[in-house]
Design a protein around this ligand. Structure first.
Ligand code: ADP
Length: 340
């Protein structure tokens, strides 16, 4: 029991004693109920906390576990999979990166297969020729000097073709890998064109070929000179290869304000509209009789395309079937003073 007493005096002056009593039992019960409740609440909160943490852990880790499993499959060489994005941004970023890596690997694999198929197909022809003609020398023409010489020159020609194919392949694979950046410098394009043409003229004049040049005065560009020489060489050798009976090739440089356009024209068979898009592809060759002066590898224009794309240059071909083609490319002009 809780007892409380005190004297009190009424307003009229009468004195009295006030006693208040209360039993303590309900308070004890309340304390008991409260502490029981506290235990229940603690247990429920504990269970809830464990459940929530498990749920969060699963939510966070499940997408990562999935990505890890797929990455393991990817490592075995199976590139046909996509990494699913999760419910939060870090997993999305990881999935995006893995998808990007997968598409890169897929492309590399495709290029590798294509390259092996193309190379083995293209190398087979000259190799077969070399073998057949060598066998002919051994079995038939060994005692006939004239036939022997003819057969030997086919072998020499075909091995030259093999050599240029392998060289072109190396150039192309270097150009298409990121390990071969361009090394730009300011140079006089007119000089470069002149020297490329004079090399060709030296080689081909005896066969009656004539390459003329219509320059636009000294023109300076900021580009990789060696690679631009390669472009000129490939376009010139195609023009010489495909030009008509007159054996004429015309080169011109046209001043177009802040750009210079180099044009290489021949009088050959031209290129049909349906082939124009595809001639820049690797190994694409329009079906027709063999060229004459220079042996083609089917890689020349894809090298030209790679170089000009690396330079951010515009390029193209204007062609009229039956009267000739003009291949062109444009480079930004700079002044000689930009050389510093
Ligand atoms: P190729 O070694 O066969 O010449 P390219 O990549 O240089 O390979 O050219 C691809 C194809 O484009 C050639 O096979 C040819 O059919 C066509 N081509 C290229 N240049 C000319 C041209 N000046 N005139 C006509 N056709 C051309």
């Amino acid at each position: 029991m809780l007892l409380y007493g005190r004297h009190i005096t009424s307003p009229s002056g009468e004195k009295a004693v006030l006693i208040a009593s209360s039993t303590l039992q309900p308070l004890g019960e309340t304390v008991g109920i409260l502490s029981q409740l506290f235990i229940y609440v603690s247990i429920v909160t504990f269970i809830l906390a464990i459940a929530v943490s498990l749920a969060i852990a699963l939510h966070v880790s499940r997408p990562i576990v999935k990505i890890t499993e797929k990455a393991r499959i990817l490592a075995t060489g199976d590139y046909n999979m996509t990494f699913e994005r999760g419910q939060y941004s870090e997993v999305d970023q990881l999935a995006d990166t893995m998808n990007y890596a997968t598409s890169g690997l897929k492309q590399a694999e495709k290029m590798r297969n294509e390259l092996i198929a193309n190379v083995s197909h293209d190398l087979r022809t000259p190799l077969t020729m070399i073998r057949v003609y060598a066998e002919m020398i051994r079995d038939i023409s060994r005692n006939d000097p004239e036939a022997c010489e003819q057969n030997a020159s086919v072998i020499i020609e075909e091995s030259g073709r093999l050599n240029s194919m392998v060289q072109d392949l190396l150039v192309l694979s270097k150009l298409q890998s990121d390990t071969h950046p361009i090394h730009p410098s300011v140079f006089n394009l007119t000089h470069t064109i002149e020297s490329a043409i004079s090399k060709f003229n030296m080689l081909l004049k005896k066969d009656g070929y004539d390459i003329s040049f219509n320059p636009a005065g000294p023109v300076f560009v900021n580009a990789d000179e060696q690679q631009i020489e390669q472009v000129l060489y490939n376009l010139l050798s195609n023009a010489v290869n495909y030009t008509g009976e007159d054996k004429k090739v015309e080169v011109a440089a046209a001043d177009r304000g802040d750009k210079v356009r180099v044009l290489i024209s021949d009088t050959g068979p031209g290129i049909e509209e349906k082939d124009i898009e595809r001639i820049w592809d690797r190994y694409y060759k329009v079906e027709r009789g063999q060229g004459r002066a220079v042996v083609g590898t089917g890689l020349g224009l894809s090298i030209v395309k790679s170089i000009l794309l690396n330079h951010g240059a515009d390029f193209g071909v204007d062609s009229v079937v039956g009267s000739g083609s003009t291949f062109w490319f444009e480079l930004d002009q700079v002044t000689e003073d930009d050389a510093e």
